[in-house]
Design a protein around this ligand. Sequence first.
Ligand SMILES: [Zn+2]
Length: 235
Amino acid sequence: MPMTTVPEKLAPGVYRVDALGVKYAISVFLIAERDGWTLIDTGLPGSVPRIKEALGALGGDAGTLKRIYLTHHHSDHIGGLAGMAEWAPAAEIIAPEREAPIISGDQPPDRSENPILRAMTERQQVPTHPVARTVREGDTIAGFRVIATPGHSLGHCSLLHEGHRLLLTIDAFGQLLFGIQVGVTKPFCSDPAQARRSAKKLLDLDFTVAALCHGPLLRDGAKDRLRAVVEKNEW
Ligand SMILES: [Zn+2]
C-alpha cells in the first residue's frame, strides 16, 4: 500500500504528522520515549487512520502508544480522541487542568466573545471523553515543558523542548488563509487580548524551530517571524 502519511522529523524522536490530506492544515505530533510513544492532539474523527498509519511507519503500534495529550478542547484537536483511545485503550489521556473538564464533558466549552462563533459553538455537540491526568504550567509531557498560553482557548498550553530548542506553539499562532496570526485568527480566540499576551510570552523562550498545528513549520528565523506577527496583530 502506498504511504500517504509521511511523518516529518522535527528533532530526534519528534515527528509532525498531517492529520488531514492537506499538508500543514492540521498537524499532530508523535514523540518517542524509552517506554513508548506520546501523541500530541488527535485531529478530526477522520484523522484516526492517518495517525495510526504514521505511527506504524515509525515502528509504533497500539501497544506502544502510551500517552495521548490534548492541548485544548477544540474539535480539530480532540476529534480523533475517541477513535485513538479505542484503538490504544491502555494509553493515558492527559490534558491541561483548565481544558480537561471541557474535554470530559463536565464543563461547557469556552464562551466566545464573537457573537457568530458563539451561536455556532453553542449549538455544536462537542465530543467528550474522560481525561485521566491533568498538567499545568511547568509540568513535562514527553520531554516538553508545558507553557500556559491562554487566550485562543482559556486553558490553552504550548510546549517547549529546551534541549531541541523546539517550540510547539499549538494554536497560540496559526495560519488559516491569510498568513500566520496570533491565536490562528481573532474570531477563534476565546479572549483575543489574552491570546496576544500569551503569544508575546512565547517570544521570551529559547527556541530556533517552531511548529504550529495549523500552518508551516518555521525552521529559519522562527522567532523573528513570530515577533513580526505579534507586532502586526494589535488586538
Ligand atoms: Zn484551537
